[in-house]
Write a protein that binds this ligand. Structure first.
Ligand code: NDP
Length: 397
């Protein structure tokens, strides 16, 4: 039985905490710590297990984290705060001899740019300390990498083309809302698009490339090519890949709002002076947009996220599509959160479980596809994210 410290008390952390609490045989002691302690207490109340401890911590401050971790002595920290905190939490883990897991790669606050280099730079220190760090263990990144590793292990000698397809066909009945932290989400999707082809990265304008893709049980949806962080690790870990792309669906209403937000300067991440106070427009926007944690109650429809893969096995070309569909309403009934938080929080719990069971345990800093996918895939079926396979179908891509 292990001790786990969850950092953050948002939508993803709420789901992960519910799931962790469902497995007392693995997670013997649990603490939730975040910037606002009352939010941690509210999660404990919703779960109904008063043995879960809570604490206040500013996860930007290594010394505060070290103090908390020395006191609680967790085996693993699940970092479910924001990407800005990744490096501080990794540093605190090294100083206290604790293992680490997150769901999003580091991003500096003042530049909308994410890449793994900052976290991969910790590899040697984690190795020397005998500690495991598991990066990007949500759905995408996360399950998308596990799906790819599973395909490579069981169905292909070489993967040549990988398309990760992410559809949210839900309706939350709000004019505009994001499904996870609005600041992080808008920074991500307003960047230039990028994909990998023949050993090079190809840049596109934001949302420049799009096409209709058909999602199981949903139908065709306009899908836009975006840059997504797992592409960076997947092309490194599966060097036979000739092309890797990421697609996400957006409705016209969403895109119109986004365009207006950008055109009027509300997506800016630099400080502006407002009546003598410095504010960051995107952070102000986050304060007035619906909180993604409150979308669940009236959210209808489902998400569908998967990997469409083309490659060769025994000299013959094959295609493979592996995906999960997740109902927003079912996620809400179980955890009080919508499907996007659910599809992220469940894999985070499974990653921590893999570590505590000693299955995904090796000193260093790793992306999920570098571990054995089979036990993780098995657990997805048991923990609310069952997957389905289509062999040699039309990938549309
Ligand atoms: P939320 O904004 O709902 O939650 C973030 C939480 O982190 C809040 O509770 C917040 O505190 C806390 N926090 C922020 N800064 C600090 C700090 N300095 N110290 C301590 N706590 C802090 O985000 P989500 O739950 O939607 O997302 C969580 C993470 O999951 C993000 O990194 C996001 O990028 C990632 N994600 C990954 C996905 C994947 O598939 N891999 C998909 C979706 C999200 P407070 O409540 O006080 O604001």
């Amino acid at each position: 039985m292990g001790k786990v410290l969850i950092i953050g008390a948002g939508g993803v952390a709420t789901v992960a905490a519910h799931k962790v609490a469902q497995h007392p045989e693995v997670f013997g002691e649990i603490m939730i710590a975040s910037r606002t302690k009352s939010k941690c207490d509210a999660i404990v109340q919703a779960i109904g297990n008063p043995a879960i401890r809570t604490a206040q911590v500013d996860a930007d401050k290594v010394d505060e984290l070290v103090g908390l971790m020395r006191d609680f002595q967790p085996d693993m920290v699940m970092n479910l705060a924001l990407p800005y905190q990744d490096l501080a939490i990794m540093e605190a883990c090294l100083q206290t001899g604790c293992n680490y897991l997150d769901t999003a790669n580091y991003e500096p606050k003042d530049v909308a740019h994410f890449e793994y280099s900052w976290q991969w730079a910790f590899k040697k220190r984690f190795e020397e300390a005998g500690l495991t760090a598991i990066l990007g263990c949500g759905f995408d990144p996360g399950v998308s990498g596990v799906y790819t590793a599973y395909a490579a292990k069981h169905y292909f000698d070489e993967i040549h083309y990988l398309d990760i397809v992410d559809c949210n066909a839900g309706n939350h009945h709000k004019a505009f809302a994001t499904n996870f932290n609005p600041e992080i989400n808008i920074r991500e999707i307003t960047q230039n698009g990028r994909y990998y082809e023949n050993g090079k990265w190809v840049e596109t304008q934001p949302m420049e490339i799009h096409k209709d893709l058909t999602y199981p049980n949903i139908g065709p949806r306009d899908s836009y090519l975006l840059y997504h962080e797992e592409l960076e690790s997947l092309v490194k870990n599966f060097p036979t890949i000739k092309r890797a792309r990421f697609w996400m669906t957006f409705g016209q209403e969403y895109l119109t709002h986004l365009r207006v937000i950008q055109n009027i300067g509300m997506a800016r991440i630099d400080e502006v002076d407002y009546n003598g106070v410095k504010i960051v427009p995107l952070q102000f926007l986050k304060a007035v947009l619906p909180n993604p944690q409150n979308l669940g109650e009236n959210y209808e429809g489902e998400t569908s996220i998967g990997c469409r893969i083309r490659g060769v096995k025994d000299g013959k070309e094959h295609t493979y599509y592996v995906y999960n569909n997740c109902s927003h309403h079912a996620a809400y009934l179980e955890t009080g959160m919508q499907g996007v938080s659910y599809t992220t929080g469940v894999p985070a719990m499974i990653g921590a479980m893999m570590f505590l069971k000693g299955i995904w345990k090796k000193p260093g800093v790793w992306n999920v596809e570098e571990f054995d996918p089979d036990p993780f895939m098995e657990e997805l079926n048991k923990d609310g994210l069952p997957w389905h396979e289509v062999f040699d179908g039309d990938l549309e891509l």
